[in-house]
Design a protein. Structure first.
Length: 89
């Protein structure tokens, strides 16, 4: 996958975080968890199995499983920033 295409995908995922955060502020339900998990899966695909990124995604999933969707989403933002930085190097 071309670098520009990956960066565009990362940007799209970045934009998708805000609505999830707004929903997480209102309530934490099963659908929100599924949507956040889908976000994590998309990030993992774009990161091509990078071991460091996989560890970060696992950490975010743990936060979500512990009932902390906001923290999981903040972690996903950090992952996206790092993934974009790695793509630019």
């Amino acid at each position: 996958m071309a670098t520009n295409e990956r960066l565009a995908q990362l940007e799209t995922l970045w934009v998708s975080i805000r609505p999830l955060q707004d929903r997480a502020k209102q309530r934490h339900d099963d659908q929100l968890s599924k949507d956040i998990e889908a976000l994590f899966s998309s990030i993992a695909v774009i990161c091509d199995g990078d071991p460091n990124m996989n560890d970060e995604i696992k950490t975010a999933r743990v936060l979500l499983s512990l009932g902390h969707p906001q923290a999981a989403l903040e972690k996903s933002r950090a992952i996206l920033i790092e993934a974009a930085r790695l793509r630019n190097d």
